[in-house]
Design a protein around this ligand. Structure first.
Ligand SMILES: NC(=O)c1ccc[n+]([C@@H]2O[C@H](COP(=O)([O-])OP(=O)(O)OC[C@H]3O[C@@H](n4cnc5c(N)ncnc54)[C@H](OP(=O)(O)O)[C@@H]3O)[C@@H](O)[C@H]2O)c1
Length: 268
């Protein structure tokens, strides 16, 4: 168990996924957790589990060592205004707010406080996410280790320089939506060739999961894995020809590039 007390500001989709994984993996006791959200209904399931809850930020500030900020980008200035002059430099801030830099947070708080920026993704809800973390200058090794342990409860961790966070947003932040689109295409094709929606969905989902597991665990390159499925003049080579003609691969790459650009635009 961690010795730190942890507070979350924002118990929306991503905040509550992280809180639940912290509770499920028993990283801290419910008494060492604080959850704060403007909407009281979002707090009830946590208070039932013995977690400290509040609709206001102020009551939780003093009692926690680490503060996770999990609000939408348009709400962060109000949150920082609430924290200003109340937060201490010995506390640690972890922000999952898309596009918001660690220097912006430190500047708004007028405090040399350690800040870690994180970009998680939605499979964190199932403990299968991946979070890219970027510690700011003021963080020490223990801060980083603790953040990795907390986020590790919701999936994998990767450390990247902060200037690459927009690129991470474009790939793994938005990526689940691209995978669902890919699945929809496979299911649509399956239905067109006579499968029921249920059967086509099961085949498409398990094929995607299995292929991802092969890519992750076999140690074989993507190109080699693909070639192992293709026989000359066979079915897969015909299908791949269709994908190539439609620009499938470069279209996916363009989506990542455009998403990254959009993250930059939104920050400005
Ligand atoms: N969802 C994802 O897949 C994903 C992936 C990566 C990163 N993120 C990042 O995670 C952050 C949260 O996203 P989300 O999808 O979880 O958003 P969300 O569902 O809108 O949750 C944010 C919650 O924070 C509350 N809130 C806003 N201002 C507050 C304040 N001053 N004090 C207390 N609570 C406050 C909101 O209440 P109101 O609704 O009343 O404003 C809402 O309940 C975003 O910055 C997003 O970029 C999300």
């Amino acid at each position: 168990m961690l010795k730190e007390k942890i507070g979350f500001i924002g118990a929306g989709r991503m905040g509550s996924a992280l809180i639940r994984s912290v509770l499920e993996k028993r990283l801290v006791s419910s008494k060492s957790l604080w959850v704060c959200d403007k909407i009281p209904e979002k707090l009830s399931s946590f208070s039932e589990r013995g977690v400290n809850t509040s609709v206001k930020i102020k009551p939780m500030i003093k009692g926690v060592d680490i503060i996770f900020i999990a609000v939408k980008p348009q709400d962060i200035s109000e949150v920082l205004e609430n924290l200003k002059n109340k937060i201490r430099s010995s506390q640690l801030i972890v922000s999952i707010v898309a596009g918001i830099t660690t220097s912006y947070i430190r500047q708004k708080l007028s405090l040399e406080i350690p800040v870690v920026r994180v970009m998680p993704n939605s499979p964190a809800l199932m403990g299968e996410g991946i979070s890219a973390i970027s510690p700011s200058g003021g963080t020490n090794e223990e801060n980083v280790r603790t953040v990795k342990e907390i986020l590790g409860a919701a999936g994998e961790i990767i450390e990247v320089p902060e200037e690459l966070q927009d690129a991470v947003t474009g790939l793994s932040g938005s990526g689940p939506a691209y995978i669902y689109t890919l699945l929809e295409g496979l299911v649509e094709g399956g239905i067109k060739v006579g499968l029921s929606k249920e059967v086509a969905s099961r085949l498409a989902i398990q094929t995607t999961l299995g292929a991802a597991k092969m890519a992750k665990e076999s140690g074989i390159s993507l190109d080699e894995l693909r070639r192992a499925v293709v026989s000359p003049g066979g079915t897969t080579s015909e299908g791949l020809r269709v994908l190539e003609k439609g620009g499938f691969k470069s279209c996916l790459a363009q989506a990542v590039i455009r998403g990254t650009e959009r993250a930059r635009e939104l920050r400005r």
